[in-house]
Design a protein around this ligand. Structure first.
Ligand code: NAD
Length: 427
């Protein structure tokens, strides 16, 4: 049995390994191993049944040497401060690897939105803002959606912030609906970005995308758009998976001849939960949570949560698998990473692979600041260019130095952030 998973320990161990390779000085090492600032607070909410329930909220700013901190807010019953710290750290590396002028932050609330009414969720969003309003903003730290938060949550947060400050600051939060300063293309951005990197990786390997099979974990925002574009490019998706709140369990949905994306979307709720009965009736095999990892496919795309490819299940990966594209943050533990490395599986590391979301969020901020919005084609074209460029910079370095893709990506990011810290005189 593997040791209990701690996302932040994993983020630190990944950093330590690359800091050694880069021979970073002690001072900068200590600075980058830890978040610069952390806020932990309570959010009391008057529930619909008349009781008061107190929720625990977080905002962690890992590093802002390259620009305002940036990162999502996750609503999850198993949220911990270490998960938020890890995600904030990865945001720093993510913004740096795609070379956008932002730092890394992340937030969260320990809650299960599935069991909260819309009004209760709105109270959590507004309460979260009231606790951190002084420490976030367009020039300090810019939140966005993450697991189980969506554009509606962002508007409630924006509205509370603007009520408190008495002015309009559309650039204080991203992932907003297009009607209230959101960017076209933001919904698709992360999933599409994953597939832009997959497309470029296949190109470098000389493999045409047509007929290539992918097995995906999750069927939320990232997984849905990754599946959609991958199928559009001619690939086939043989499995997806999701969490079912009714029976509190995860399931894989298998379809060896390829899923019908439009059909699956039509039977999926807004949290990314697929209706099992309707899927079964349409010929999908409903299997255990880890089945997605055991499929005969060329590409695995974990796009649900962290710690999903680990020491206990990495050996279940079939020999057909040549690539892992990490749509989720932190889906592969260091132990599993070693196994993938030893097997020569090409890994597109999370903070590069799923950077499409934050890149588009950056575009959203730019548009908000200009008060001028671009057509969707332009957003997606710029996104494709930025992701493609970042992917090849990492792949070139990996090829030149013989480094593993994750290490090459870290080398680029850590160096960029370390230089910004040095130039500011921080270390
Ligand atoms: P989401 O809430 O829209 O979807 C999550 C999906 O995962 C849902 O289908 C859910 O049912 C499924 N899921 C949850 N627990 C599961 C389990 N144990 N087994 C199988 N499936 C499970 O979230 P999302 O926005 O798609 O985010 C997915 C991952 O991608 C997260 O790691 C997130 O941090 C990361 N990410 C998201 C974005 C973004 O823009 N949305 C950007 C970068 C990274």
């Amino acid at each position: 049995m593997s040791k209990e998973f701690n996302a932040f320990e994993m983020a630190q161990s990944q950093f330590d390994a690359v800091a050694d390779k880069l021979e970073l000085d002690e001072g900068i090492r200590e600075l980058l191993r830890w978040p610069l600032r952390e806020f932990h607070f309570l959010i009391p909410v008057h529930m619909d049944d008349g009781t008061v329930k107190v929720f625990h909220g977080y905002r962690v700013q890992h590093n802002d040497a390259r620009g305002p901190a940036k990162g999502g807010i996750r609503f999850h019953p198993q949220e911990t401060v270490d998960t938020v710290r890890a995600l904030a750290t990865w945001m720093t590396w993510k913004c740096a690897v795609v070379d956008i002028p932002l730092g890394g932050g992340k937030g969260g609330v320990i809650c299960n939105p599935h069991s909260l009414s819309a009004r209760e969720q709105e109270q959590i969003c507004r309460g979260w803002i009231r606790q951190v309003a002084r420490n976030i903003g367009p020039l300090q730290d810019v939140p966005a959606p993450d697991v189980m938060t969506n554009p509606q949550h962002m508007v409630w947060m924006l509205d509370e912030y603007e009520k408190m400050t008495g002015a309009h600051y559309p650039g204080m939060i991203t992932g907003k609906p297009v009607e209230v300063g959101g960017s076209l293309g933001r919904t698709e951005a992360t999933g599409f970005g994953v597939i832009y990197t997959v497309r470029e990786a296949l190109k470098r390997a000389g493999v045409p995308i047509k007929g290539v099979r992918a097995s995906i974990q999750g069927f939320g925002n990232v997984a849905q758009y990754a599946a959609k574009l991958f199928i559009e490019y001619g690939g086939s998706v043989v499995a997806v998976s999701c969490w079912d709140n009714d029976d509190h369990a995860a399931y894989s949905f298998l379809k060896p001849d390829g899923i019908d994306i439009d059909f699956l979307l039509s039977i999926t709720d807004r949290f990314g939960t697929i209706d099992k009965d309707k899927a079964k009736a349409a010929g999908y095999v409903i299997a255990d949570p880890e089945s997605w990892i055991e499929q005969e496919a060329e590409i695995l795309i974990p796009a649900a949560l962290e710690n999903q490819i680990n020491g206990d299940n990495v050996d279940k990966i079939k020999n057909t698998v040549k690539m892992v594209a990490e749509g989720a943050n932190g889906p592969t533990t260091p132990e599993a990473d070693e196994a993938l490395k030893a097997r020569g599986i090409f890994v597109i590391p999370d903070f590069l692979c799923n950077a499409g979301g934050v890149t588009c969020s950056y575009f959203e901020q730019v548009q908000c600041n200009q008060n001028f919005f671009w057509p969707k084609d332009e957003v997606l074209k710029r996104l494709d260019e930025q992701m493609t460029q970042a992917f090849h910079a990492v792949a070139d370095l990996a090829e030149e130095t013989g480094e593993y893709m994750r290490d090459a990506a870290y080398m680029i990011s850590i160096q960029r952030v370390a230089v910004a810290c040095h130039l500011r005189g921080w270390a």
